[in-house]
Design a protein around this ligand. Structure first.
Ligand SMILES: CC(C)(COP(=O)(O)OP(=O)(O)OC[C@H]1O[C@@H](n2cnc3c(N)ncnc32)[C@H](O)[C@@H]1OP(=O)(O)O)[C@@H](O)C(=O)NCCC(=O)NCCS
Length: 191
């Protein structure tokens, strides 16, 4: 298998994961501010398992949640990219776009810049017809990224996440969709 592709954007490098990323990823996953909208923070072993699963997804599919680097400034700030969810819902099988950045790197447009490049990869390189994204309704920052990159909420798309038990406060999710845009791709050079 050839190594997964890297993507350059004006400020970022989306690249394959390295072992050296694992400690910084674990620090993010242990931060309650980063994990506010997830069921729990992750310990080192859980975080490493998640990183290994992301690598495995790249090996299997040739794309995934890229490690994000700010060249010359920060070797690893989190992940942004595409993945195939492993659960079943009314909109699966599908390709999802997702992101998680270390708190110190919020508020600079990095998630949006990397997400635009990921959408472009999904539509142009993978020739996908549709990419989805989802989160809990209260995750305002994540929804703002979805909206900034041109995704629209699918009002009939709201769903209960099957990984969470009935009655769990994070079970309800909103669904956003982006369709192959032809000329309408947001231009990442704007960021
Ligand atoms: C979701 C997440 C990646 C969004 O981070 P973010 O910093 O809000 O998003 P961006 O990187 O696109 O940055 C946008 C912000 O940077 C500002 N900004 C500064 N410079 C900018 C630039 N050059 N271009 C664009 N925006 C810029 C924007 O105005 C916006 O500001 P705001 O904080 O007032 O909204 C981050 O909150 C996170 O990792 N959360 C935890 C994990 C998570 O919940 N993931 C989603 C699960 S579904």
């Amino acid at each position: 298998m050839t190594s997964p592709p890297s993507i350059r954007t004006p400020r970022l490098l989306l690249r394959p994961w390295r072992d050296a990323d694992f400690p910084a990823f674990a620090a993010m996953n242990a931060d309650p501010r980063v994990m506010e909208h997830f069921p729990k923070t992750l310990n080192r072993a859980e975080s490493d398992e998640r990183a290994a699963a992301i690598r495995q997804h790249f090996n299997r599919r040739g794309f995934g949640l890229w490690a994000v680097e700010v060249p010359g400034m920060a070797d690893f700030i989190g992940f942004v990219g595409l993945c195939v969810p492993s659960f079943e819902a009314h909109f699966t099988p599908c390709v999802e776009i997702g992101w998680r950045l270390a708190f110190d790197h919020w508020g600079r447009g990095y998630a949006t810049e990397a997400a635009i490049a990921s959408l472009d990869f999904g539509f142009r390189r993978l020739t996908l017809d549709e990419i989805v994204s989802f989160t809990v309704p209260a995750n305002r920052r994540s929804r703002a990224v979805m909206e900034r990159i041109g995704m629209t909420r699918s009002l009939e798309g709201d769903f209960d996440h099957p990984a969470l038990p009935e009655g769990h406060p994070l079970r309800r999710h909103v669904l956003y969709r982006a369709n192959h845009p032809d000329e309408e791709m947001p231009d990442s050079s704007r960021f």
